[in-house]
Design a protein around this ligand. Structure first.
Ligand code: 5AD
Ligand code: SF4
Length: 436
């Protein structure tokens, strides 16, 4: 069953940060002689890169681990490693409860994976990272990337915000920024390799502090030839400045899209979430963004049914959706997470109230998204062509991050900016026609 050559399969759950972490894991494994496989069948090593942001993600991981543990009974030579946020929080317990797991390592320990691979002991590696190893990795180790057109670039790690519902500060550690010199060098290298779009990654890019401000970093990156588009994720509203909006408005390379999680439309709830802004302050930031970048697309995250959220708090969120008219939202039922402040708050709401509120939020927001996409019909947009989709059509994205499907002509090529006229707007995509 096992192939002659070492092969590894990496299963990724969760956010873009995890997706990029998996690329780092693949890069390190390739350096150690592994082929990366897209199936666990026949792999000599399986890495489960986990997410613990909500309970659901944890359940999905446990069921996959159960399946693999059975596979290991038949093929004892299979190595199973667990990485990511669950590994950081529960690594030791996991090794105890699941004899099939060979070792685990948290997100702050990825760059030492090379050592863990040859460690005979079953160990949970959870050391806090100060940032030094991460920098060394970025400059010295081979970096694998899943996509050859659009690249993720870490600009910072960790989070200092301690939103009361969130595990990230406990799993990814204190905030640390990479130096702007190293980031620029990485982007230059990506441009030389033919990458057209880069997405800067951080839990809160607006508090970047690697030797310049985040808008200054963006301006420097705009000067790198070959890179056509720059995106960034995620922004925290409390740290978003007018300087960022002005910088976005000035540069055609910085995409007209911002993901700005609001979480709730109720200032009371925001306060208990420890978000450090009122809804009015959030709304003012939206006005600033729209003033400097008139056609900006704004997306957000919402949590439905935070502890003690009243009906009236919930309707403030619904009202906020109607007032702001987001281009898209990611909405989740509040999930009680171990070690977080909100987990111990009184008046945890029932699943049925949370589900009801989530459904209402999604219905309102879907209507708004579809209506906004319909308004685009007849208009022309620049689309960066990405490839062929499941229906054998071509697709790409507008700078506002909307997916456009279209029929190619004989000149259509990947990685080019083409003009496309929107024929029909749907909830999750646009139907377009090439303009020649
Ligand atoms: N329950 C539900 N959603 C959560 N998020 C973070 N923690 C929780 C939780 N405990 C959501 C937030 C955040 C997004 C990445 O995940 O909306 O912005
Ligand atoms: Fe979690 Fe808040 Fe940090 Fe985002 S800003 S990662 S929600 S603690």
């Amino acid at each position: 069953m096992t192939r002659d050559k070492l092969t590894a399969y990496i299963h990724t759950w969760g956010c873009q940060m995890n997706v990029r972490d998996s690329e780092h894991i693949k890069g390190i494994l390739k350096g150690e002689g592994y082929d990366i496989s897209d199936t666990p069948d026949g792999a000599s090593l399986v890495v489960l890169n986990t997410c613990s942001i909500r309970e659901k993600a944890e359940q999905k991981f446990l069921s996959e681990l159960g399946r693999l543990s059975l596979q290991k009974k038949k093929h004892p030579e299979l190595k199973i490693a667990v990485s990511g946020c669950i590994a950081q929080q529960q690594g030791r317990a996991l090794l105890k409860s699941h004899p099939s797991v060979d070792f685990s390592f948290g997100p702050q320990n990825i760059f030492n994976l090379k050592e863990f691979l040859y460690d005979e002991k079953r160990t949970a590696f959870t050391k806090e990272n100060t940032g030094e190893t991460e920098e060394i990795h970025h400059t010295q180790l081979s970096a694998h990337r899943d996509n050859d057109l659009r690249a993720w670039v870490n600009i910072m790690y960790g989070c200092n915000n301690y939103c009361s519902y969130c595990v990230v500060p406990y799993t990814r550690g204190r905030e640390r920024s990479r130096s702007y010199e190293n980031i620029i060098a990485e982007v230059r290298d990506l441009a030389d390799k033919g990458y057209k779009e880069i997405s800067l990654l951080g839990q809160n890019v607006n508090s970047y502090s690697g030797g310049c401000t985040f808008p200054e970093l963006l301006t420097m990156i705009c000067g790198i030839g070959g890179i056509l588009r720059i995106r960034f994720i995620t922004s925290h509203p409390k740290d978003l400045t007018a300087e960022l909006a002005i910088t976005m408005g000035k540069s055609a390379k910085i995409c007209n899209h911002i993901h700005l999680p609001v979480q709730s439309g109720s200032t009371n709830v925001l306060n208990r979430m420890n978000r450090k802004y009122t809804f009015e302050e959030y709304f003012d930031k939206i006005l600033i963004l729209r003033k400097h970048v008139p056609d900006i697309a704004i997306t957000t995250d919402i949590i439905a049914g935070f502890p003690a959220e009243t009906d009236s708090d919930h309707y403030e969120t619904v009202r906020a959706l109607k007032e702001i008219e987001f281009d898209g939202i990611f909405a989740f039922k509040y999930s009680q997470r171990p070690h977080t402040k909100a987990a111990d708050m009184e008046h945890q709401l029932s699943e049925s109230i949370k589900s009801q509120r989530l459904a209402e939020i999604l219905t309102v927001s879907d209507m708004i998204t579809e209506r906004k996409n319909k308004v685009l019909e007849g208009k022309c947009f620049e689309v960066l062509t990405e490839g062929i989709n499941a229906d054998n059509r071509w697709f790409g994205r507008t700078t506002t991050n909307k997916i456009v499907n279209f029929s190619p002509d004989e000149h259509t090529e990947r990685g080019r900016v083409v003009m496309v006229k929107v024929i029909e707007g749907f909830k999750h995509s646009l139907e377009g026609q090439l303009v020649v």
